[in-house]
Design a protein around this ligand. Structure first.
Ligand code: ACO
Length: 271
């Protein structure tokens, strides 16, 4: 997609070296998200340059994101995108396909070959909170506020946020947060494991730069293999996880010290 097309949707996408930055860029509407936002995010994921290792997701202006564009709740809806009423009128399969497509905008951020970082200042509500949850890591400004507002609006969080939320804070705390739709401030988020770090707002960019630089110091293939292991750990038994570790390590050792890997390390010619 061209930068003009992205701008129309309220997004920016920039690549600098091994770091790509996605910016929600509709600050006057607090970076409210639409189906077009999610389709564009999915497209960015599908076409991400291969050399990118770190993906930073941030929001322009006072808030990370105020969630879904509230015009979806009106009868008129969003120009060219319909409303919840028109989505609800779709047949079952088309309806589910629409949500599946939206979820693709979030799911790729967990890919093992990249590390994604959400940079959150101000409000991250509903779809905004879920976008932050879909990233591997979260760096927060001290004014960050998370809120899973869906249940208050008669909806469920369906943009892939429920699993990472439960994994981070546990079922009981996730139930409490979602079913009260209360606000979780930055300090509490840090305490609950919803953030890796909280910094004064003016230090946000610096903190993200430091984290991204640190992530780039490790070997790319080893980092991807380690992320695969870590992401799969919760769903495996200890024995299965041990087997997965052995398999990944065998692959690593072959790459590093097998005939071809050794030749590469020596700088000698390969056939
Ligand atoms: N959709 C569309 N427009 C929005 C949204 C939204 N979700 N959130 C804010 N805006 C617009 C406002 O209408 C206003 O527009 P205007 O200047 O044309 O009147 C502008 O953004 C600024 O909003 P304010 O409320 O004035 O900004 P403030 O910084 O005081 O408050 C806050 C920010 C707390 C995020 C507030 O705007 C808000 O509560 N928004 C709605 C949040 C919400 O309910 N989201 C849905 C969650 S559920 C889900 O995502 C599935």
């Amino acid at each position: 997609m061209t930068s003009e097309e992205l701008a129309e949707i309220g997004l920016r996408f920039e690549v600098g070296g091994e770091i790509a930055t996605i910016t929600l860029d509709r600050p006057d509407k607090r970076n409210a998200q639409t189906f077009a936002t999610w389709s564009a995010l999915a497209r960015i994921g599908r076409t991400l340059p291969e050399h990118v290792r770190v993906v930073v997701v941030r929001g322009e202006g006072p808030s990370f994101s105020a969630g879904i564009d509230l015009r979806m709740f009106t009868t008129k809806g969003l120009p060219g995108q319909g409303s919840f009423a028109s989505v609800a009128a779709l047949d079952g399969e088309t309806f589910l396909a629409r949500i599946t497509e939206a979820q693709q905008g979030f799911l790729w951020l967990r890919r093992p070959d990249i590390v994604s970082i959400a940079v959150v200042q101000g409000h991250a509500i509903g779809a905004g909170f879920q976008l932050a949850l879909s990233c591997d890591l979260r760096i927060l400004a001290d004014d960050a506020k998370f809120c899973m507002k869906e249940a208050a609006l008669g909806l469920v969080p369906d943009l892939t946020g429920t699993k990472p939320l439960v994994e981070l804070v546990g079922v009981a705390k996730a139930v409490e947060i979602c079913l009260t739709a209360r606000t979780v401030g930055a300090e509490e988020a840090l305490r609950l494991g919803l953030a890796e770090r909280v910094v004064p707002r003016e230090r946000l960019d610096e903190a993200v730069g430091e984290l991204a630089a640190a992530l780039l110091t490790t070997d790319r293939a080893a980092a991807a293999a380690t992320k695969r292991l870590l992401l799969g750990a919760a769903d495996r038994t200890l024995e299965e996880q041990s087997a997965a570790e052995r398999a990944e390590q065998a692959e690593r050792l072959r790459a590093l010290f097998g005939a071809k890997g050794a030749a590469r390390r020596d700088g000698s010619a390969q056939s």
